[in-house]
Design a protein around this ligand. Structure first.
Ligand code: MCA
Ligand code: AMP
Length: 488
């Protein structure tokens, strides 16, 4: 398996850009200078928070934390006050790293702020070699917050070993090398955009060009100008599929790409087909999770099969289990079971949540993903659904119904609330709020509730539809019957 260093330090002097964000870029020597200079200030600290804007400074901050052997907690810069408060209390970072001009919310004002400098030049690494961090492979590299069905998000502790293992397995599956130039427009506070999208190219010694925000124009420009790979969530590929018929430049750019990869949610077969028809390219799907990093992928040298997430990556053990936990012995492409995985790609646990960590694993170390799938006789995995209906995937973000319900209940105009996901061609699923107003004469409207949730949690967690009801349908035990809601 191919090696490398996740923090880019194994790649010798080269004038090739390691990172490019808009018109700002860093070569490997410049990245080393900036990251080492920052790393010296981090060594010996506990966890550090990173204000994860889609900018060069975020990448430098995370690389510096890796070099210092300090765990980084990426923060969504659009986090609302409640979500941010929870993450800060739970992860207790020693410092917050941010770009010099960034305005930070009041919740972060008590933390010591360290500005990330990037303009040191290739010779800017003063102060001698980095002190030895003594970081072991099992030490945490990242703590990434991820939603569950109820309660606030949990911090998945991702060790250095998992990042290395997953990136090297993907290199094997995708024939990913230092010659690749990746383009992406994903946020940098989740695994997809940060681990695959930033640390991936650095481990290979390649380049990444971040778009700041996803646009089809940006994709066209970069793929026309030498980029070889594109990573995106299905919403991005859906927008590409919608644009393609009227955009020959986009079609041409995509047809030149070496590899188009989709993940974080299922890419509908219709979008696969529309893209293939116009560009001749088959989008490769891979399946992962914050807790497991990447589990399966369609291989670059394998048969592309739309609607599947391919085969287990090297080093990943994958099985399907029945309701009672017994493994399904033979794969017929029809029998549905829960996916369980085991391997060096897994996280070590949820921060401060031994209960949740214990519940997530079987006694013999398999991680329960909660994803339901069938497996073809030749090993290809097809995800068919999720065990928990209270988890919503919208735009590739995992969102717990419970956390939105709790936020809605904090609005004075809401007496009762239930949240469901419903199919959405663009987002995959959209968040729907079912609300019993405190005052039926003046029920809170969509904009009001969307703003309320966006301010408290994050904009992507806001409801896109609100229904007002006289009462929520409940069973004899008083439990809300969400299926009755979704049927209208
Ligand atoms: C709208 N906005 C608001 C409000 N309404 N802000 C405050 N209050 C409001 N009421 C803002 C939004 O913040 C956003 O700002 C803009 O208006 C548009 O919002 P929205 O419609 O939600 O966004 P979009 O442009 O439609 O976004 C689609 C997207 C996005 C770009 C596909 O969903 C996205 O980036 N998804 C990626 C998720 C991801 O990376 N998941 C990976 C998880 P602005 O435009 O300024 O942002 S990791 C994972 O799943 C595993 C490991 C795996 O397998 O990968
Ligand atoms: P997250 O916790 O945000 O990391 O989301 C992980 C979840 O995203 C998985 O448990 C799956 O439900 C879903 N997911 C990721 N990739 C895919 C894919 N290619 N197809 C279907 N679902 C996916």
């Amino acid at each position: 398996m191919t090696g490398g260093s996740t923090d880019g330090s194994a790649h010798g002097p080269t004038d090739r850009p390691a990172l490019r964000f808009g018109d700002r870029s860093l070569t490997y020597p410049e990245l080393s200078a900036a990251a080492d200079s920052l790393a010296r200030r981090l060594t010996g600290h506990g966890r550090v928070a990173v204000w994860a804007t889609p900018e060069l400074e975020t990448a430098v901050a995370v690389v510096a934390a890796l070099r210092a052997g300090v765990a980084a907690v990426p923060l969504n810069p659009k986090s609302g006050e409640k979500e941010l408060g929870h993450i800060l209390t739970d992860s207790a970072p020693a410092l917050v790293l941010s770009a010099p001009g960034d305005e930070l919310p009041s919740a972060l004002r008590d933390l010591t702020r360290v500005d990330v400098g990037i303009d040191l030049g290739a010779d800017g690494a003063t102060g001698g070699p980095l002190p030895d961090t003594h970081a072991s492979d099992e030490d945490p590299a990242l703590v990434v917050y991820t939603s569950g069905t109820t309660g606030p998000p949990k911090g998945a502790v991702i060790p250095r070993r998992a990042i290395a293992a997953t990136l090297d397995a993907l290199a094997d599956a995708w024939q990913w090398t230092g010659a690749d130039v990746l383009v992406h427009g994903l946020p940098l506070f989740h695994v997809h955009g940060l681990v695959l999208g930033i640390l991936g190219p650095l481990r290979r010694g390649g380049s990444v060009r971040h778009l700041g925000r996803f646009t089809t124009e940006g994709v066209t420009r970069e793929l026309t100008d030498g980029a070889t790979m594109l990573f995106g969530v299905p919403t991005m590929y859906h927008r590409i599929a919608e644009t393609l018929p009227d955009d020959p430049a986009l079609a041409k750019a995509l047809s030149r790409a070496r590899l188009l990869v989709s993940g974080s949610a299922a890419l509908p077969v219709h979008d696969h087909e529309r893209i293939t028809t116009v560009t001749g390219q088959r989008v490769v799907e891979r399946y992962g999770m914050t807790e497991t990093l990447m589990n399966t992928s369609v291989r670059a040298d394998g048969e592309a099969r739309a609607g599947t997430v391919g085969v287990p990556l090297p080093g990943v053990e994958l099985r399907l289990v029945e309701e009672d936990g017994s493994p399904i012995a033979s794969y017929d492409g029809e029998t549905v079971g829960e996916i369980q995985v085991r391997g060096p790609n897994l996280f070590t646990g949820y921060l401060n949540r031994p209960d949740a960590t214990a519940a997530a694993f079987t006694a013999d170390g398999w991680f329960r993903t909660g994803d339901m799938a069938v497996r073809d006789p030749d090993g290809y995995v097809r995800i068919v659904g999720r065990k928990a209906t209270d988890l919503i995937k919208s735009g590739g973000y995992k969102i717990g119904a419970g956390e939105i319900e709790n936020a809605l209940l904090e609005h004075p105009g809401v007496r009762e609330a239930a949240v469901t996901g419903e199919p959405d061609a663009d987002l995959g699923e959209r968040i729907v709020a079912w609300v019993v107003p405190a005052d039926p004469q003046s029920p809170p409207g969509l904009a009001e509730l969307a703003d309320h949730v966006a301010r408290r949690l994050a904009p992507h967690k806001r409801p896109r539809v609100v229904h007002h009801l006289d009462a929520l349908p409940r069973n004899d035990m008083g439990k809300i019957m969400k299926r009755a809601l979704s049927r209208g």
